[in-house]
Design a protein around this ligand. Structure first.
Ligand SMILES: CC(C)=CCC/C(C)=C/CC/C(C)=C/CC/C(C)=C/CC/C(C)=C/CC/C(C)=C/CC/C(C)=C/COP(=O)(O)OP(=O)(O)O
Ligand SMILES: O=P(O)(O)OC[C@@H](O)CO
Ligand SMILES: [Mg+2]
Length: 229
């Protein structure tokens, strides 16, 4: 799967407005791919609408599945989150079993990557929805990293600080023990310096909200990450 080479990606939320001009800048920024995803109000209609607009451009596009309604055919990849520190039983594996009952026979598994999420910002929507245990020190992060990488052999370890800039030492701790999983870092990146800092330890840096808050700063993260790598 070509995603191994991704250093920088933008995450676009189907529930948020983006103008055609801004979308063009994002898709022609030199980023490696677009992930479509969000925690709330992701529907079939707003997802297919965003996909069809992104398809005007040549870059790869992955759907990060967050609910059943928002599953749309036609993406290059499907990322399925498994929240390793979730305590809400319905979202640990229950949703996945329901998803497999409906879609199991039709899935092209070569397009699918399961992401081992470690949700770290207690104030984020995703932390609240999944009731994630977010008080994590470096040793605990290393344990989650080993869980994803060595025990479960997941292709992706996703260190998620959605909405707030995280602690680079946590990403560094994960880096020390991960052997094969691709480390994604996402959360609160609003400047090139922050993107560059996380790119020291993460394989792939994810920029989301900044696209909607300050497009120029968001675009500047692309070159910052590529320079670091
Ligand atoms: C076309 C076709 C048949 C495709 C197949 C797709 C596929 C491979 C399906 C597999 C079957 C399956 C396992 C389905 C179940 C999917 C499912 C509902 C899983 C639950 C995932 C989960 C734990 C969701 C909780 C929320 C979460 C982790 C979201 C991830 C994305 C994220 C963190 C976005 C950031 O959101 P945030 O910015 O914090 O919030 P806002 O939206 O408020 O901004
Ligand atoms: O929106 P931000 O805070 O950049 O986070 C990106 C991504 O990790 C969210 O799932
Ligand atoms: Mg968001």
């Amino acid at each position: 799967m070509e995603m191994h080479t991704w250093k920088h990606v933008f995450k676009l939320d189907p529930d948020k407005e983006i103008s055609d001009d801004a979308l063009e800048l994002v898709c022609e920024s030199g980023t490696d791919a677009i992930i479509v995803g969000g925690t709330t109000n992701v529907t079939f209609d707003n997802t297919i609408d965003l996909l069809s607009r992104i398809r005007r451009y040549a870059l790869p596009c992955a759907l990060e599945v967050s609910n059943m309604e928002g599953i749309v055919p036609g993406f290059d990849f499907y990322f399925v989150p498994l929240v390793l520190n979730a305590q809400n039983p319905d979202l640990i594996l229950g949703a996945h079993v329901e998803g497999l009952k409906e879609h199991g026979p039709f899935i092209k598994w070569e397009e699918v990557a399961v992401e081992g999420y470690v949700v770290c910002n207690p104030d984020s929507t995703v932390a609240q929805l999944t009731e994630s245990r977010t008080e994590i020190d470096e040793d605990t992060m290393k344990a989650y990293a080993r869980l994803a990488d060595q025990m479960l052999r997941l292709p992706v370890l996703y260190i998620e600080y959605s909405g707030t800039y995280g602690n680079p030492d946590m990403v560094k701790a994960a880096r020390k023990v991960v052997q094969n999983s691709q480390i994604f870092y996402g959360g609160g990146i609003r400047t090139p310096e922050q993107a560059q800092e996380m790119a020291q330890w993460a394989d792939t840096v994810v920029v989301g909200n900044a696209v909607y808050e300050n497009i120029e700063h968001a675009l500047a993260t692309v070159e910052a990450v590529k320079r670091q790598k």
